[in-house]
Design a protein around this ligand. Structure first.
Ligand code: ZN
Length: 171
């Protein structure tokens, strides 16, 4: 297993709609395991394949950050089948340095996907788990959480991010 590089805001892969996975081959299994490792090392509670520069519909989520094995979800081709309610909470992203903003997300969702064994998984999630799943599914659709903010807020954040990214290139 390996810790992969997490690409940052401005990278073209982050705004691309990722393609579905047709075969769960060794490459996909290795990618999923490396993503779980990368997420834990970051540390983060969710990661999507585009964030490690793989334009594939694969996400990992673990609210326990490696503490509880049963909290790790590896989902292939995940999709939201239903959602209800609204919750506004601060959100951040491993690919969007230093920015945390309040984002509206459904308070409850049902997500359907496939696990690494090829079995269909149905996950009923609420609160933080629902939020993380929505955030990661956005990633595989080429959306970042800042895309969900108001146009005014978004343009302010883009300016801020430009400065943050320039600073990180120089140092
Ligand atoms: Zn993210």
């Amino acid at each position: 297993m390996a810790v992969l590089e997490i690409i940052k805001y401005g990278h073209p892969t982050l705004i691309k709609k990722a393609v579905p996975i047709k075969n769960i081959d060794d490459r996909v299994i290795a990618l999923a395991q490396n993503m779980a490792q990368t997420m834990k090392a970051a540390p983060g509670i969710g990661l999507a394949a585009p964030q490690v520069n793989q334009s594939l519909r694969l996400i990992t989520v673990d609210l326990s950050i490696g503490k509880n094995e049963k909290d790790l979800f590896i989902l292939i081709n995940p999709e939201i089948v239903s959602q209800e309610g609204e919750l506004i909470e601060f959100e951040g992203c491993l690919s969007v340095p230093e920015i945390q903003e309040k984002v509206i997300r459904p308070s409850q969702i049902i997500v359907k996907g496939i696990d690494l064994q090829g079995k269909e998984k149905i996950i009923e999630a609420k609160d933080l788990l629902a939020r993380v799943l929505c955030h990661e599914i956005d990633h595989i659709n080429g959306r970042l959480f800042i895309d969900r903010l108001s146009p005014l807020k978004r343009s302010l954040i883009r300016k801020k991010l430009k400065k943050i990214m320039e600073k990180s290139r120089i140092s």
